[in-house]
Design a protein around this ligand. Structure first.
Ligand SMILES: Nc1ncnc2c1ncn2[C@@H]1O[C@H](COP(=O)(O)OP(=O)(O)OP(=O)(O)O)[C@@H](O)[C@H]1O
Ligand SMILES: [Mg+2]
Length: 267
């Protein structure tokens, strides 16, 4: 389905009718990015949009906490919408979601509900999907951390939610807990079309990154690419092809296994 937004850009959404969220949510505290980082994020967005029509549900994960998965997921989601491509961000970090606090979310709903409420059968999709100030950028936040979300993800409701969202949004970005700390990421990966692995430069060893790659592939998920986040120090520059040092680098799976595999195996 395609339509034009107020500015006259052609908008691209999913294949069905549009969901009209009942409530909206204000996200404050979005950090200003440097020009170089803006450019790098923009390039990542373009790379994602070249991944083909079948790639719609994209999980963003990492090996450890604090590597930048929520940052990358939020940037991709917002930039896609700003470019006229309807996108929804699903905060599936049900164990330790920091998105709600960090972004200082404000909602007009009297009884705000999020993903865990929906998965527990407490409400409908319209109750948990929120509009934001950015046209075409909807969000399903997590407003209630739970101890064992795997059970919730294993049920049919998560799968049908993601499938439903692809009818109304071109991209569904799924933010997750880290792979080393919980099995949620592997479970969610099986419900998505592909995975972006975020690696914090100079922090996670190549051995553990490779372990995460194998974990993703063993569970049958397609690894779409690896984002090397917060690169720029001398040590991390060895990851780059050229002289550029941006906020992060991006590799397709073939680059990682091809050009870099030999170096990686040595270290
Ligand atoms: N490329 C970047 N440039 C600037 N700040 C960044 C970048 N990547 C991440 N950050 C910041 O680093 C902090 C940690 O990032 P983030 O919350 O995205 O990590 P995470 O992997 O989602 O962590 P968790 O596993 O706890 O959910 C945040 O304050 C985020 O804004
Ligand atoms: Mg996070």
């Amino acid at each position: 389905m395609e339509y034009r937004n107020q500015e006259g850009f052609e908008r691209k959404s999913g294949s069905g009718e549009n969901i009209i969220p009942k409530h909206s949510l204000e996200i404050e505290g979005i950090q200003e990015l440097s020009y170089a980082l803006e450019e790098a994020i923009n390039r990542l967005r373009i790379n994602v949009s070249f991944m083909g029509k079948k790639v719609r549900k994209i999980m963003v994960t990492s090996t450890f906490p604090n590597e930048g998965k929520s940052f990358i997921a939020q940037q991709l989601w917002r930039r896609m919408a700003e470019a006229g491509i309807d996108s929804v961000l699903v905060d599936a970090d049900l164990r330790n979601s920091t998105l709600a606090d960090r972004c200082r979310m404000k909602t007009d709903s009297k009884q705000p509900m999020g993903l865990s409420h929906y998965l527990a059968n407490d409400c409908e999709l319209e109750d948990v999907i929120y509009a934001t100030k950015t046209e075409g950028a909807h969000i399903i936040p997590n407003l209630n951390n739970v101890v064992n979300p795997s059970i919730l993800f294993e049920g049919d409701r998560m799968k049908s939610l993601l499938d439903e969202l692809t009818k109304t949004h071109r991209y569904v970005f799924v933010d997750t807990p880290p792979l080393e700390l919980a099995s949620d990421g592997q479970l969610l990966g099986t419900l998505c079309d592909g995975v972006i692995l975020v690696v914090r430069a100079d922090s996670t060893s190549k051995r553990l990154v490779q372990k995460s790659i194998h974990q993703i592939e063993r569970s049958g998920c397609q690894l779409l690419g690896i984002v090397l986040n917060r690169a720029g120090s001398k040590k991390s520059s060895r990851y780059y092809y050229g002289k550029e040092k941006y906020g992060y680098g991006y590799y397709r799976k073939s680059d990682y296994y091809g050009k870099h595999a030999a170096e990686n195996a040595k270290s």
